[in-house]
Design a protein around this ligand. Structure first.
Ligand code: B1M
Length: 214
């Protein structure tokens, strides 16, 4: 399948059965699962976001879209998985306190797991101390923080401070992501990196572990 617009259109129309059917067909045709996500589903979600901003769509619609997206990710999951089952390191992830968005963060988790990393996904609305405890308990040295809301960006600053307070800042590499954050923000708060999407997050983590091992 080279044209994913049917999936995008059905997604925007909140036509869940058609989206599932088309995704199933695309999988059956051996389409690249990342293309199904990046060219079919994500552009649809972007339009939903615009409609939400312009008050043409409301929370129940957006929740419906989110459910469809999650259903599709579940369908794509087995096809995104890599062959490599040997753990290459442990990464703690979560969406910061005050933020309930988890679709992008789940994709980052999936992409890291597919690339052979152990992932401790704490979920959404995670307090700074929960991140700290998880890092210590799992002896993890990479932390991936996600937020989709501008109002919760300051929580990332609090997490950086909590890492310092716990005395583990120099042992943990912190990567940030999510629509409102960027490289400048990562620099400002003293994070070690920013990834615009799940694939780049996995690539960044890979480079980090390779640098540490060298
Ligand atoms: Co919300 N929401 N939402 N929402 N929602 C946005 C984010 C918004 C931009 C919509 C809009 O107004 N245009 C807006 C935020 C405005 C702002 O602050 N700048 C917004 C708002 C305002 C809200 C509420 C406040 C609405 C309300 O209640 N009035 C509310 C907040 C609730 C809360 O969190 N406390 C709310 C609620 C919801 C739903 C629950 C209905 C639902 C979330 C369901 C869920 O996640 N389980 C939802 C949705 C679905 C969206 C949009 C439409 C889509 C988000 C999404 O899943 N995108 C979104 C608009 C948009 O983004 N276009 C919107 C698909 C996903 C694959 O992309 O999450 O960006 P994304 O992840 C990407 C990258 O960002 C990156 O990789 C991923 C893919 O490769 N990435 C990382 C993400 N995390 C990373 C971490 C990393 C690296 C990369 O670590 C290193």
């Amino acid at each position: 399948m080279s044209d994913y617009t049917q999936i995008t259109n059905a997604f925007i129309n909140l036509d869940q059965p058609t989206v599932y059917k088309l995704v199933e067909e695309a999988i059956g045709q051996n389409c690249d699962p990342r293309e199904i996500l990046d060219k079919g589903l994500t552009p649809g979600m972007d339009v939903i976001g615009e409609k939400m901003r312009d008050e043409e769509m409301f929370l129940p619609d957006v929740m419906m879209a989110a459910t469809t997206m999650k259903g599709c990710i579940d369908m794509l999951k087995p096809h995104l998985k890599g062959q490599d089952n040997i753990s290459k390191g442990t990464v703690v992830l979560g969406t910061v306190q005050g933020d309930l968005h988890d679709i992008g963060k789940n994709l980052v988790t999936l992409m890291l797991a597919s690339n052979g990393y152990d992932t401790i996904d704490l979920g959404v609305d995670i307090a700074p101390e929960t991140f700290i405890n998880a890092l210590i308990e799992n002896n993890a040295n990479v932390l991936c923080l996600s937020t989709l809301l501008t109002t919760t960006m300051p929580t990332m600053v609090k997490i950086m401070a909590a890492l310092e307070e716990a005395g583990i800042r120099d042992k943990v590499t912190v990567l940030v992501g999510g629509a409102p954050v960027n490289q400048d923000f990562a620099n400002q708060i003293g994070a070690d990196g920013y990834a615009p999407d799940a694939a780049s997050a996995a690539q960044l983590v890979k480079e980090l572990f390779e640098t540490c091992a060298a």
